[in-house]
Write a protein that binds this ligand. Structure first.
Ligand code: COA
Length: 157
């Protein structure tokens, strides 16, 4: 079985992430969305809450599994038997960091390749922090996240 991993912090999941999940799930037998535990960032949602939101928003895809991981992505990929990491590229500014990560991961686990999907133009400017900031100031976030996730964010702010 061909397994791929889409890693991130997903604090919270946005339409930009969901677009990458939908497209990459069509390219692989099994897509694992890997939620990083203990990120350095100060999160709005606990890991469990992020998992809940991702599971809710991806339940229609039979081949998508939501898991958490701690430590190195390269180790997690090896444990899952995944040969491919999926990342979305929003703009050229993402590229340098992404290339460095892909090359480091390949050095750590030589059979691990990273594929990049060009983020849909509708979401090219989007990030989880931007969504949280707009929500904090009571702006309209309906173009960025699903109604369910928007409700969860509103509970927090
Ligand atoms: N649509 C919308 N937003 C997107 C997006 C897309 N297609 N792609 C990325 N983003 C946003 C994310 O929401 C995130 O927003 P935020 O910074 O406001 O929270 C931002 O862009 C950065 O996302 P990303 O680059 O995916 O970072 P991340 O922190 O979510 O995840 C990991 C990074 C988990 C992949 C990486 O840190 C990792 O692998 N860590 C494990 C440790 C490790 O192995 N380190 C060595 C690697 S070389």
């Amino acid at each position: 079985m061909n397994t791929a991993i889409y890693p991130g912090s997903f604090d919270p999941v946005t339409y930009g992430h969901l677009d990458i999940i939908e497209r990459s799930a069509q390219m692989t037998d099994h897509l694992i969305v890997g939620v990083l535990k203990n990120n350095m960032k100060d999160p709005m949602f606990t890991v469990e809450e992020r998992l809940e939101m991702l599971r809710e928003e991806t339940r229609r895809y039979a081949n998508v599994e939501i898991l958490t991981f701690e430590g190195l992505l390269a180790d997690f990929a090896r444990e899952c038997g995944a040969r491919v990491v999926v990342r979305g590229l929003r703009a050229v500014t993402d590229f340098e960091y992404e290339l460095q990560m892909a090359q480091t991961n390949r050095k750590l686990t030589p059979e691990l390749d990273t594929i990049f999907l060009a983020t849909d133009l509708r979401y090219a400017y989007l990030s989880s922090s931007i969504v949280k900031e707009v929500a904090y100031w009571h702006g309209d976030i309906s173009a960025f996240v699903t109604p369910y996730v928007a409700g969860r964010i509103r509970e927090k702010v």
